[in-house]
Design a protein. Sequence first.
Length: 256
Amino acid sequence: MNVLLVRLSAIGDVVHTAPLACALKDRWPEARLTWVAERPGGELLIGHRAIDELILLPRRFLRSPREVVRLVGRLRQIGPQVAIDAQGLTKSALVCRLSGAPRRIGFGRPWGREISRWLNNECVDTRSVHAVPRNLELLRPLGIESPEVRFDLPEAPAERAFAEELVERLGLARRTGGFALITAGAGWESKRWPAERFAAVARHLAVRHGLGVLLIWGSDAERALAEGVARESGTADVQSAPRFTLPQLAAVARRA
């Protein structure tokens, strides 16, 4: 069995698709599993034991003819028998189609969006509300029903060392209650909670529960927001985090 799994983005959705890779490998340990993902979310999959080859693409790769030609060439070398579109968009279904896989499994209604249902030739009408069981329903045409949910996201030694040193240096390891992470930013303005409310939550966690609080961020605008929340909290136990790579952030989050 030679399987291609396509979940290009975003960070949380890539994580939600990891159990699908685990379930495939559990059923067919000898199968070759290739995953195509975009950076930065795909970086969390580096070293995943269920994935035999990880193809990482830049964001908006379809705008680069060179990237597309390189991708198609590699996929044709791999020659998957089955391609699974776990995103349900035109771009992810197009990757499956360009791979040459004769079986292209994807979402039917309601999650097969844009023209993905026309590019995939086996569409699954899913019933689950949460993303994880919904993704796993895509395995039904392969005879895999209700598999164990397991993520198995790897942690490299370098990221482990970084996280442990950071936690110690910031004094987070010495807190009796441990520490909490807060993300005050959001991709959409309509999803952003007011900074003063995050400051109140951070202060409550620090003063009432004895937690260290680390405010994490991804952009310069979010960094300014995190620093503002830390100041407004009025306690030195609330700090803005340094700059992380995504795998470093995952390692720190494991210890929170």
